[in-house]
Write a protein that binds this ligand. Structure first.
Ligand code: NAP
Length: 492
């Protein structure tokens, strides 16, 4: 683990196995933090923050250091690509073509944006005084991240935090801690002072909960499941810490009869299967207008048949395994439930045999048609390669059904009619509505949830504001001993 600029072992000498999901074999061991280690890391973050060594640096200086991080990451990207691919099971095509370059762009955006944040007022709102707004760092912050985008999610949460002058303790997911640990070295080499960026590893149920209960952390930024997000909200109440939550999704993908069906099918493949179907933005509920239903489903089936599933290290491969055996069983459980609740399996959902990877956690994408709007495959986040296909009749019907879930993260609409598109951007209750596209999130734009998909925002200037307190500063302009308005309350 990386605490206060040093590599340390767990005080209880416990370790965790880290697996390669494409083979099921152990590829590394990492430390499993004790409560004592958790507090050591929190103290390091707290002390570095209080010292002002980082928090008092002008934004431009912090920005330059973060830009150096981006540069070093770019220089060392081959190593990051290799480890991320091996540890997460994503295809090397995705990691090298999308995850890492995008993550580097995220860092560059955050580094630039932290120089532009401003207080929004400097004016006289009462006649005798000037008011101003300051945005200030919060202090020591706990960051807890999921396994689906190990490096990217640390950047999305920890980088706006440190860009604004906070110090952090990061706990990566136990399945995928390796690139976060590597990142700590890069931050140190780039000149981030000791204690500002600490990484501890170990189970969320002990390490994560201990962080959430700490009175020395003033905020927890969490990306992960809604279930754990709710638990952290409760634990964080111990000192009323701010809890920022980026949680699950159940994105609708709505195809109207006037859509370009070929374009919708191409996007459905990416939207549904990016990251092997383990993406909070994944299109998961495909509402297809009845007039084009057969055409869309036939083409989607055809397109899925052409995908290459196999060893993620092979650049020709489109899809690797799921993250773990537990995750594969969970997804298979949903497929079974979908069928038991009236759904019809149109294709896939079985385990492919991949030569030399027989123990990997592979699953063929499943296509299930259902008319049961209350089925678990329509309501709950599956987080795997499952396309739930539904039919709809008209606009009002599909918007109502799309909104009828507890989640509200991503959504997309496919149409060539501008009025339909504009109405849907108003009527869909999701943090993002894509028109004739799915998944794209530029670094400049917020990734934020409605309802049980959480609150707060990643990326964009909003993610930087998230890691600040807002302070009102008031300057008296009269210099008087007794201001005129005192008489409204006390006699002079
Ligand atoms: P998860 O099970 O909630 O775990 C996320 C993190 O929380 C891990 O580091 C985990 O540690 C830790 N954790 C688990 N139980 C905890 C507890 N009781 N207290 C504190 N920390 C705890 O989620 P996941 O399975 O890793 O990730 C998938 C989920 O993340 C999906 O729901 C997905 O939609 C969501 N996600 C959302 C976004 C977004 O931007 N909205 C982005 C990516 C992913 P261990 O690994 O040690 O269990």
């Amino acid at each position: 683990m990386f605490i206060n600029g040093e590599w340390v072992e767990s005080s209880n000498e416990e370790v965790l196995d880290v697996k390669n999901p494409s083979t099921g074999t152990t590829m590394a061991k990492v430390q499993s933090a004790s409560n004592e280690d958790v507090h050591r890391a929190i103290d390091a973050a707290r002390n570095s923050f209080d010292s002002g060594i980082w928090s008092r640096l002008p934004p431009g200086e912090r920005s330059n250091i973060l830009l150096r991080v981006a540069e070093l990451l770019e220089k060392n990207q081959e190593e990051f690509i290799k480890i991320e691919t091996e540890n997460s099971g994503k295809s090397i095509k995705q990691v090298s073509g999308y995850d890492i370059p995008y993550t580097i762009d995220n860092i560059r955006f955050i580094a630039g944006a932290c120089r532009t944040l401003e207080g929004k007022a400097m004016a006289e709102y009462v006649s005798d005084g000037t008011s101003a707004i300051r945005r200030e760092p919060i202090g020591a912050i706990g960051i807890i991240t999921p396994w689906n985008y190990p490096l990217m999610m640390v950047i999305w949460r920890a980088f706006p935090a440190i860009a604004m002058g906070n110090s952090v303790v990061v706990k990566p997911a136990s399945y995928t801690p390796l690139t976060t640990l590597k990142l700590a070295k890069i931050l140190q080499d780039a000149g981030v002072p000791d204690g500002v960026f600490n990484v501890i590893t170990g189970p969320g149920s002990s390490v994560g909960e201990e962080m959430a209960k700490s009175d020395k952390l003033e905020m927890i930024a969490f990306t992960g499941s809604t279930e754990v997000g709710k638990r952290l909200s409760v634990l964080g109440a111990s000192n009323l810490k701010k809890v920022s939550l980026e949680l699950g999704g159940k994105a609708p993908f709505i195809v109207f009869k006037d859509a370009n069906i070929d374009a919708a099918v191409e996007s459905a493949i990416v939207g549904g299967l990016v990251n092997n179907g383990q993406d909070c933005a994944n299109s998961t509920r495909y509402y297809i207008q009845e007039e084009v239903f057969d055409k869309f489903v036939a083409r989607l089936r055809e397109r899925i048949q052409k995908l290459n599933i196999g060893d993620p290290q092979n650049p020709e491969i489109d899809m690797g395994p799921l993250i773990s055996e537990a995750q594969r069983k969970r997804v298979e459980g949903y497929i079974e439930k979908g069928i038991n609740e009236g759904g019809k399996l149109l294709s896939g959902g079985n385990r492919p045999l991949i030569k030399n990877h027989e123990n990997g956690y592979y699953l063929n994408p499943a296509l299930i048609y259902t008319e049961n709007d209350n089925s678990a495959i329509v309501k709950e986040e599956i987080f795997g390669p499952v396309f739930t296909i539904l039919k709809f009749i008209n606009y009002d019907d599909v918007i109502r059904r799309s909104n009828d879930v507890t989640y509200g993260l991503g959504s997309s609409v496919w149409t060539s009619d501008i009025t339909t598109a504009m109405r849907a951007t108003r009527d869909l209750r999701f943090g993002t509505v894509w028109i004739n596209e799915h998944v794209v999130v530029p670094s400049e734009m917020p990734w934020a949830g409605y309802k049980e998909s959480g609150h707060g925002a990643s990326l964009s200037p909003y993610s930087l504001e998230e890691f600040t307190y807002i302070k009102h500063v008031y300057f008296d302009l009269t210099g008087k001993v007794r201001k005129d308005w005192y008489g409204q309350i006390f006699k002079g």
